[in-house]
Design a protein around this ligand. Structure first.
Ligand code: AMP
Length: 203
């Protein structure tokens, strides 16, 4: 009987530990697609928005600090975000790889992620840019009904995306890890496009 450790090394074996960043405006479907990809790859899903909403609900120190930012749709200061991400990356499930959803959102955060991953000896495998038309975004956000999905807050979040997060596309293009994914259509259609990109990267 062949035991697991007798298996010959196989150059074609799919890469299982991956670090993937999702970039896209609010409403682009990052959360939905990350959940699907989490199940498909069996790696952790790190959503800074979810972590902050949880901290707010639990009224932790960080939760109290970020409440006004969440309620107004403004970005939480980089040092706060960088701290919660660094802590989250220490958790055991992240050893299998991580999907970064809603982080990084500024150039400072992107540089900080590079340093964090370098310190863990991990490469950033891919950055997926999910694009969706503005009319579709508004329709999705207003239909979602989350606490911060109000017209004023949505406008603020879209403005921040344009001015602070979009520059990351140049940053990651220069680092040769950027892939564009059409985020229009049904969740299944979008996931098929993501899977095609990821399967190619896994080899
Ligand atoms: P999200 O669920 O990703 O749309 O995030 C909801 C809110 O959490 C945002 O509007 C920000 O106030 C805050 N937030 C989430 N991620 C970040 C981040 N990487 N940097 C700064 N603020 C963030």
């Amino acid at each position: 009987m062949r035991r697991r450790f007798d298996r010959p090394p196989c150059a074609q074996e799919a890469k299982t530990v991956m670090q993937i960043v999702f970039i896209g405006p609010p409403g682009a479907g990052k959360g939905t697609q990350c959940e699907r990809l989490r199940k498909y790859l069996g790696i952790a899903h790190l959503s800074t928005g979810d972590m902050l909403r949880q901290a707010k609900a639990d009224q932790t120190e960080i939760g109290k600090l970020v409440t006004e930012f969440l309620d107004s749709g403004r970005l939480v200061p980089d040092p706060v975000i960088e701290k919660i991400v660094a802590e989250r990356l220490q958790q055991p499930d992240c050893a299998r790889g991580c999907l970064f959803d809603g982080f990084p959102r500024t150039l400072g955060q992107a540089q900080s992620l590079d340093q964090l991953l370098a310190s863990l000896n991990l490469p950033l495998d891919a950055v997926l840019n999910l694009s969706v038309s503005e009319s579709e975004l508004l329709e999705r956000l207003l239909g979602r009904g989350r606490g911060d999905d109000k017209p004023d807050t949505i406008r603020q979040r879209l403005r921040d995306f344009d001015s602070l997060t979009k520059p990351l596309l140049d940053y990651y293009r220069d680092h040769r890890v950027l892939h564009h994914v059409d985020g229009m259509g049904t969740p299944d259609e979008v996931f098929q496009r993501i899977k095609t990109v990821v399967d190619q990267l896994r080899g």
